[in-house]
Design a protein around this ligand. Structure first.
Ligand SMILES: NC(=O)c1ccc[n+]([C@@H]2O[C@H](COP(=O)([O-])OP(=O)(O)OC[C@H]3O[C@@H](n4cnc5c(N)ncnc54)[C@H](O)[C@@H]3O)[C@@H](O)[C@H]2O)c1
Length: 448
């Protein structure tokens, strides 16, 4: 007989959880549910990932294989590409990508496809939660109608007593890969339901894996919370990126100024400039809101302005590098340049939207002979916008450093020996203030 799950059921033990999309978000989430004793099935279209997981392997640098292997062995975790097995689970959590398309508009095809693969298997009183970052309205306007097409109903309502055939909610993922201070368990989770029963069901489930659940009035509010968080970062990064340009002209050290301002115990939060925006979230998510805002005849000017400033940053770096070479009677064309760090931020093996890729492209176009080093990327592969599949990370020996006309620090990985880099290089262009503690060779360093 079919299960009759009340919202309180999801606060219980020994649940079966299905996670769709075993990537940077889905995999840690799956392991966290397994940690607290639930049985988790990871669903992914990528058969290679499925096989790796079932063999107890990992494909994400900061997720240890032995942790996956222990849960596979203990029967708490397995992966599959067979979506008919969604029938077996109590709750389905969707963690698939939400990128921008070629015209920089929301690409919800992954979410849509996922909803379509759940619909034929959706069971009465199952809980479905969308975690992928998206614009307000996605859960109700896109996911809900696809799921309801199978005949079950989940009415949009604020009425407590309302009956619902299944539960549907949105809860944004706030994972910060590589952050050692705040792991999934320490980060509060915002939850909004299509109706109150859905909200309670999702809140009960997540309360088992995080320190605090923050219920909000509806799925649209929960969707907007995540966008506010990321737009806040995007706009503040643009602000310091712009002030960096001004400080450079004024002969001021923007990092000194930010660090000093950060001593104010209230009302200020430091953001740091860099060679441009990177990562899967901050350069992408704000445009989900700008796109949706158009439906309301509303222009999101802060988002557009921040995008403009941040997009210009790699071009500014190229200009600064050209200027530094020019001082040494050289041009970009024909100069040998070593780019340090292709990851979008330090100490991660993720290069999605990394400004380093734009820098490689721009400098190559202007005739530089480019090489790179990154301990997290021994080789580069073909990506959506770029093809650097011919490039391999070169060794960072002192003798080799001296062969480049310029060493460009794009990502400040902790493992780099900046003293040795400055000592060995002829010229260093530092976009991250990574050389701040270096004692000798300042005359060779150009900050930008
Ligand atoms: N990475 C982060 O730190 C982070 C943080 C917060 C929010 N997010 C958001 O979370 C979502 C997922 O991001 P991610 O970084 O985990 O992406 P990812 O690319 O690392 O992982 C997505 C996974 O989904 C799989 N997939 C794609 N389509 C599928 C389908 N139809 N059915 C089953 N599996 C499918 C892919 O094979 C991949 O394994 C995005 O909306 C992103 O914006 C990411």
């Amino acid at each position: 007989m079919a299960k009759d799950r009340k919202p309180e059921f999801f606060a219980g033990k020994d649940l079966k959880i299905g996670i769709i999309g075993c990537g940077y978000v889905g995999l840690p989430l799956a392991l966290r549910f397994a940690d607290v004793g639930h049985r988790v099935t990871g669903f992914d279209l990528d058969q290679k990932k499925v096989d790796t997981l079932n063999a107890g392997g990992s494909y994400i640098q900061h997720i240890p294989a032995d942790k996956i292997a222990a849960h596979v062995k203990g029967g708490k975790f397995s992966a599959t590409a067979d979506f008919s097995r969604l029938r077996e689970v109590d709750a389905v959590l969707i963690c698939v990508p939400t990128p921008l398309d070629e015209r920089r508009e929301p690409d919800l095809s992954y979410v849509e496809q996922t909803a379509r693969s759940i619909a034929p298997h959706l069971q009465r009183t199952q809980l479905v939660v969308l975690e992928s970052t998206t614009y307000p309205g996605t859960t109700e306007e896109l996911v809900l109608p696809i799921l309801e097409a199978n005949g079950l109903r989940c009415p949009i309502s604020t009425k407590e007593e309302l009956a619902t055939d299944f539960y549907l909610a949105f809860s944004p993922e706030r994972e910060d890969p590589g952050n050692k201070q705040f792991g999934l368990a320490q980060i509060p989770k915002v939850v909004g339901g299509v109706n109150p029963a859905s909200g309670r069901a999702a809140a009960g489930l997540y309360a088992q894996i995080v320190s605090r659940v923050v219920p909000v009035s509806c799925t649209r509010a929960a969707e907007m919370v995540k966008l506010l968080e990321n737009i806040f970062r995007c706009v503040n990064i643009a602000l310091v990126n712009e002030l960096k340009q001004l400080c450079l002209r004024m002969g001021l050290d923007v990092w000194e100024i930010i660090d000093s301002a950060a001593t104010k115990p209230f009302g200020f939060m430091p953001f740091y400039p860099g060679p441009g925006l990177g990562g899967h979230c901050i350069p992408v998510d704000p445009y989900y809101l700008s796109w949706k805002a158009r439906e309301y005849d509303f222009a999101t000017r802060f988002i557009e302005l921040a995008g403009e400033v941040n997009t210009a940053m790699p071009y500014n770096v190229v200009e600064a590098l050209a200027g530094a070479l020019n001082e040494r009677q050289k041009s970009i064309k024909g100069s040998k340049v070593l780019l340090l760090g292709v990851a979008y931020k330090k100490d991660v093996d993720d290069l999605r939207e990394s400004p380093s890729l734009k820098l490689l492209e721009l400098l190559t176009q202007r005739g530089a002979v480019m090489e790179y080093n990154d301990p997290y990327f021994p080789a580069l592969h073909k990506m959506r916008h770029y093809d650097f599949s011919h490039m391999r990370s070169v060794d960072l020996t002192p003798a080799r450093l001296g062969t480049y006309d310029c060493v460009l620090i794009a990502t400040d990985h902790t493992s780099y020996d900046y003293e040795a880099i400055v000592a060995g290089a002829k010229l260093v262009v530092d976009t991250r203030n990574a050389t701040r503690k270096v004692r000798n060779g300042h005359e060779k360093v150009v900050h930008c």
